[in-house]
Design a protein around this ligand. Structure first.
Ligand SMILES: NC(=O)c1ccc[n+]([C@@H]2O[C@H](COP(=O)([O-])OP(=O)(O)OC[C@H]3O[C@@H](n4cnc5c(N)ncnc54)[C@H](O)[C@@H]3O)[C@@H](O)[C@H]2O)c1
Ligand SMILES: O=P(O)(O)OC[C@H](O)CO
Length: 335
């Protein structure tokens, strides 16, 4: 029987474990807090992040790191991105050299500006040839409810991408392969910034024309940064680029979009972050992306103004006016 460890017990880690278990794969979710692991194991449900979705029999929950990691065909790494490194340090002593390592988190480590697979490769030096990244328009609630969804898994080694595809692909979850790890990870991480912007747009009542413009011009700046960092530009037309951007900006289920809407309604960032256990990766990714943009000398006007709104208290209406009043330019300039 195929056996997978799922590191991270939030909405997405839990959903992926349930998906695999529906295929008959043994899925062991790891939660760093013993009392939460026990509670989920007994209740057969993640009542905090995925209430109402029953665990199939093949899901187990543990706080024992050896049990979560040993003798696994694949590990799915699904922690908040700023927590991945500390978790890897706990888990690697138990890891076998055969286990595939698939990142499913969407973020950039803020101190190092590394993508999640770069963090994995640095912490587990022999891992480069068995690393992959899973991304796409994958709102967890819809996946958990069995609604049809597509995703992409990227790896440097085509056999690894195919092996991960084989394990994760299901009749409700169609998985494509890619060799563009950089593009797939950056597409998934950077769209969260634009999703906050889309939430602002909705909160301010600016309408669908403005939202379509934010999505499209957002994709232009994601692509500019991604290509400068070494991604294949076509990836941004795919599931991890346009697909995830549209899905996240359109759906009220998105936590990043919700955060933008709440800020537009006058709530303070610190209060919103305090009020929820859920991670809105776009906040830290905005900081990381702007530092990357400086490094690669790339323009990211939406992210830059969003950063001023988030961290410096700029009035969102003034920010929109500033965007509108920038020097006129060609649509495909810098692409
Ligand atoms: N929820 C989605 O729809 C979705 C879909 C695709 C990708 N993702 C990505 O998956 C990642 C995880 O998001 P999520 O939605 O599952 O999280 P979540 O917001 O539902 O929950 C956060 C989880 O992180 C855990 N956590 C907090 N601190 C931790 C630590 N120090 N060590 C280990 N775990 C810790 C919490 O216990 C909780 O289980 C994020 O990068 C997110 O962008 C989420
Ligand atoms: O809820 P969000 O904003 O973290 O988005 C979830 C997924 O990344 C959508 O693909």
């Amino acid at each position: 029987m195929v056996s997978v460890g799922v590191i991270g017990s939030g909405a997405w880690g839990t959903t992926l474990a349930i998906l695999l278990a529906r295929k008959g794969i043994a899925a062991t979710i790891w939660d760093h807090r013993p009392e939460r692991a026990l509670e989920m194991q007994h209740a057969r449900e993640n009542s905090v992040f995925l209430p109402g979705i029953h665990f199939p029999e093949a899901v187990r929950v543990t706080s024992d790191s050896a049990e979560a990691v040993q003798q696994k065909d694949m590990l799915l790494l699904v922690t908040p991105s700023q927590k991945l490194r500390e978790n890897l340090r706990l888990l690697t002593p138990h890891l076998s050299r055969q286990t595939l390592l698939v990142n499913a988190s969407k973020g950039i480590e803020i101190n190092s500006l590394q993508r999640m697979t770069e963090v994995i490769a640095e912490e587990i030096p022999d891992a480069q040839q068995r690393i992959a990244a899973l991304s796409g328009p994958n709102l967890s609630r819809e996946v958990a409810e069995g609604k049809p969804t597509a995703a992409v898994v990227a790896a440097y080694n085509a056999d690894v991408a195919r092996a991960a595809q084989d394990i994760i692909n299901f009749n409700t979850f169609r998985v494509y392969t890619s060799n563009d790890v950089i593009g797939v990870e950056l597409g998934g991480a950077l769209k969260n910034i634009i999703a906050i912007g889309a939430g602002f747009n909705d909160g301010l009542g600016y309408g669908e024309n403005a939202k379509a413009a934010i999505i499209t011009r957002g994709l232009a700046e994601i692509s500019r940064l991604g290509v400068a960092a070494g991604a294949n530009p076509l990836t941004f037309a795919g599931l991890a680029g346009m697909g995830d951007l549209v899905g996240t900006c359109a759906s009220p289920l998105s936590r990043n979009q919700q955060l933008g809407r709440r800020l537009a309604g006058g709530e303070k960032l610190a209060d919103i972050l305090k009020s929820t256990h859920s991670v809105a990766e776009g906040v830290s990714t905005t900081r990381a992306a702007l530092r990357m943009a400086d490094r690669y000398n790339v323009e990211m006007p939406i992210a830059r103004l969003l950063s001023q709104i988030l961290f410096e208290g700029l009035d969102p209406r003034k920010a929109v006016l500033e965007l509108m009043m920038r020097d006129p330019k060609g649509e495909l300039e810098d692409l």
